[in-house]
Structure formats: C-alpha cells, structure tokens
Design a binder for this molecule. Sequence first.
Ligand SMILES: *[C@@H]1O[C@H](CO)[C@@H](O)[C@H](O)[C@H]1NC(C)=O
Ligand SMILES: *[C@@H]1O[C@H](CO)[C@@H](O)[C@H](O)[C@H]1NC(C)=O
Ligand SMILES: *[C@@H]1O[C@H](CO)[C@@H](O)[C@H](O)[C@H]1NC(C)=O
Length: 596
Amino acid sequence: MFSNRRKRLAVILSLVLIFVLYLQWPAAQDARLSWARPSPALPQENLEDGKFHWSKVPQQYQVTSFRSVPKPFRSKIPKIQHAFPAESAKSRAIRLSRLQAVKGNFTHAFKGYAEHSWLHDEVAPLSGNSLDPFGGWAATLVDSLDTLWMMGMHEEFERAIHSLDKIDFNTCSLEEINVFETTIRYLGGFLAAYDLSGGKYSALLHKATEIGDMLYKAFDTPNRMPITRWNFKDAAGGAIQTAPEVILVAEIGSMTLEFTRLSQLSGNPKYFDAVQRIMDVFYEQQNRTKVPGLWPVVVNARDLDFTGHGGFTIGGMADSAFEYLPKQYLLLGGAMEQYHELYDGALKAMKRNIFYRPTTPTQADILFPGVVDSDGKTPVDELVTEGKAEHLGCFAGGMVALAAKVFNNPADLLTAKKLVEGCLWAYESMHQGIMPEIMHLLPCEDPSNCPWDEAKWHDAVNASYEEWLPTPVRVENERLLPGLIKIDDRRYILRPEAIESVFILYRITGDPALPDRAWRMFNSIVANSLTDIAHAALDDITVPNPPKADSMESFWMAETLKYFYLIFSEPDLVSLDEYVFNTEAHPLRRPTTSWW
Ligand SMILES: *[C@@H]1O[C@H](CO)[C@@H](O)[C@H](O)[C@H]1NC(C)=O
Ligand SMILES: *[C@@H]1O[C@H](CO)[C@@H](O)[C@H](O)[C@H]1NC(C)=O
Ligand SMILES: *[C@@H]1O[C@H](CO)[C@@H](O)[C@H](O)[C@H]1NC(C)=O
C-alpha cells in the first residue's frame, strides 16, 4: 500500500517533470531566433591587424558579471496596428501620388547631400558647404540608410554600404562627442539598416559593433554610469573617468533600445548590461524625486542622486528618456515588468503635472506637455504647470498612443489623441501652417470647462513681457494669434515629432483624416524649405516666405521624411507589430514570438 502510493507519487512527479520540461522546451530553442545569436555570416573582427580597436582598450572598472538580455515573454503584447480595410482605387491613387511626392523630395535632398557632402555629417542646403558636427562620420548617410531601404532606393543603399569602411571611428572632427547623439544616430542607424535589410549586410552589424565598443568605453567609471559629453581621445589613452554630477536626463536615459538590440544581435550581453544598470537607478530614484514619477531634467550620475533638481519637463533634454520606457518593454518582448512600472509611474505624474489644456478661441479639446518646477515641499497637486509648448514635446502623443496599446489601457488612447490634436492645432492655426520650435499658451484653470475670454488672454500676454506695451500693439508686433502668449523661438528646423505622433496614431486608429492632415503639413514644410540643393531650416515661421537657415540636420531625412513616407505607405511597411522606432526614427526589429 505504502510503496504503491510512493510509486504513484513517483509517476505523478515524473509527469509533472515532463510537463515542466515540455513548457521549457521552446525556450531551449531560443538559439533558433536570429536575435539571440550572432549572424552566421558575420566574420570575426580581426583584432590582430595592428590597428586600434576599441574592444581592446582595457576597462579600468571591470564588470565581473553581465546581466543577459531576458527572453521575450510569449504572446504578452497585444496587436498594435489597426486592421486596415481594403482601400478604394481612388484613395489608393491619392495615397500613391503623395507617396511619390515624399520620395521625390527625399531623393532631391539625398542627391544634394551625395553631390556636395558625401561622407560628411551634413550638407548646408543654401551654400552647399559641408558640416561635421557629429564627429565627421557621415551622420546624414548613416541616418538615411534605412530610409533609402524603405523607399526602395537599393542602388543608393548599396553604394552607401560600400562606403562604410571609409567611416573611421578612430579619427574624429571633435574634441568631445555627445554619447547620446552618437548612439541614436549612428548606432541606431546601423542597427535599423541591418534589421530592415534582413541581416544580409554584415558590414552594418560590424559598424554597429565597432561604434558600440567605442561607446561602451564611456561607461568605464567607478559606478558604471556613462559620461555623456565624452572626450574619447583621452579615454582611448587610458584616462581615469568619473560620471558627471550634472547630466541631462535624456542623454543618460535613452540608450536602452540601441544597446539592447546590439546585445540581441551580437550575442554579447555587455551592452544591455551597461544600460540596464542605468535604468535600475532610474527605478530606484523614481519615487524619490521632487515630482515623484518623473525624473528632473538634470540628474547627478556621480552620486546616483536624481532628487536634487527641481525642473521637470518631457520636452527637450528629457523627452526620449520617457519615450524609451514603453519602447524598451516592446523590444524585450514584455520580459521586464520594470519598464511597465516605470512608465505607469511616469504617465501618472504627466497627467497630473505636465499635460495641460490650453485656452483657445475655439475651445479646442487638446493637450500639450508643459513644464513644472517643484521645490520639493509644495504638494504635487498644488504645483502650477507652465504653458510651454515645444515642437520637441510633440512626440508625446505617439508615446502615449503606443503605450496605450502595449499595456492595454484604451482610456489612454483618448489622452494620446488630445496630445496629437494639440500639435495638429498648432500646425493648422499658425501663419505658414508650421508649428514653431517653442511657444507659450495659457493653461485652462479647469480643463473640463475652458471658455474663451479675450481679456484674460490679454492679461496673460501683458504679464509675460518685462517692458510694458499696450497689449494690441504687443499682439501685432509679436504676431501672436489668439491663444498664444509668447513665441519664444520662431524657428522650424525640419523637426519630426509632430508627424511622428500623427503617423503612430494613424497606424493605431486608422483614422483616414490623419493622412490628409499630414499631407497639408508636408506641403507647408516643403513649400517653405525647398532649396536648389536640399531643404533648409526656417528662421521665422510667423512671417510670409520665412527666411531660410543654411542648415539641414540629418533627422530631416532620417525621421521627418521617413514618417511622412510611412504614413502614405501600405500599413505593413515597417509595421509597429514588427518594429519599434528609436528616437531617431530607426526601426529595430522586435523579437518574434511566432515560434511558440
Ligand atoms: C515635393 O513635394 C511637393 C508637394 O509638397 C511636390 O509637389 C513636388 O513634386 C515634390 N518634389 C519632387 C521632386 O518630387
Ligand atoms: C513608485 O510608486 C508607485 C505608486 O505610485 C508604485 O506602483 C511603484 O512600484 C513605486 N516604485 C518603486 C520603485 O518603488
Ligand atoms: C499690463 O501690466 C502692467 C503691469 O505689468 C499693468 O500696469 C498694466 O495695467 C497692464 N495693462 C493691461 C492692458 O492689462
């Protein structure tokens, strides 16, 4: 009897064991996934060729144990994209003609770059001069690789691939490099081009690893926090490094996607390990800052103290640190709840202290992300949000929309729509159909009831200038439109954030009005910025024929034109269910779970 029972127990235990093994089995097959192993076509870097190699520079502060990239969590993430119905012949014809116009303008700008500034960072679109503000490593070319591929410009893509070995990361046009910009533009650019072209071009992964190894050296500090404005020549020479006390939160908080993808593709966990250490600090500090949930724009990486500074924004200098939370969750295939928690805490605080509804003559039900200062003593519910509206902040609608799908919070989609409508309102109401870099609006006292009151608007205008002028004169001089308090920066520098969010919202909701509105944005931008050589940043979008600046940043072709192209493409071109975009619009392949 007794032994019988033991036998039965043994049988049951064996069955349980077999079942557990069965459950584990697919995970054991991970090696089949392309992200989990180095590309088989990848020849090893020849480290003994007598040349300088970043991977051979010794680390002063060695990491002894690396955290490996967690395996994607099976089928945890809901479908993101809208199920688009078949289109009519008429709407297809319209869509294709718009697509062609975007590609035509991209081709024009790329030709200008190729003819005047090949392998330089930027072409100056008026003079045709070449500029090298990002190290002189062909920033525009690297940033444009994946756009070339998407637009089917394979000849130009191949030509670019063949020039890659001319990009030499051992020489640099600068004394100090910006680690964040280098990560999002170059590392992101190589990785996305590699992913998008199906892993066929191993030179791209080589380049990514080369620059990844260079950037990894910036993390060689006692607490492994990176130096973000980095003298890499000193570092190569063996200088002792310490993370700075003053660091912009965006620059330290938005390298997770690129470093994680590099670990996934190369099979080397050290890159993921490096950025995960940063995010563990973000996690530990999140509820201790002066606005719990958010991290201030300036943080102290030397002492791992993010609680000192009192200025909070999700616009410039902070933006992508927030954007990367749901995106990193996606890239990890839902494997780390930590990113979910980080985002939830941040969003809650944004809704409370950052997002505001501005007062407009039409009582538009829209939102902008503003800024808030805290002394750490005033209760967070009593803090006053400043009605700043930055073009850089226009990414927020896309972030909230994406996260609403990823974390299955349909109510947040409404918040996302209001944020997207905010930036569309700015484009659609401004003088030349383009939103300026920075302006101020008047936040409603009660967002649920926000009547237009011209006297109140005038008071607010009057109060925001030092020297006194009769308000109507002020409004005329400053070319203020009703609702605008101040236009702090009248430029439009070819930025992408507004169309980025319109694109993401469109792929999620399928709202057919969005491509029409995107088309008007595109026409306004192109009509004002076109030059013989390429397209130029605008100095003042509040006057007719805005004067042009001799500048075209690489994000024009990497991001702005790419998002315009994608909104007029078939929705399965770079689907949000397959890719996640870094903050420079470089799509990284999400781990697939279809093998389950
Ligand atoms: C650029 O876009 C405009 C629409 O704004 C279009 O009319 C024009 O043909 C495009 N340029 C090229 C070279 O395709
Ligand atoms: C921060 O607070 C939120 C509640 O607002 C909580 O859900 C979260 O777990 C906290 N984070 C940490 C790291 O304790
Ligand atoms: C504008 O503000 C000044 C004080 O800064 C005040 O003296 C003046 O009356 C205000 N004018 C209007 C028209 O509100």
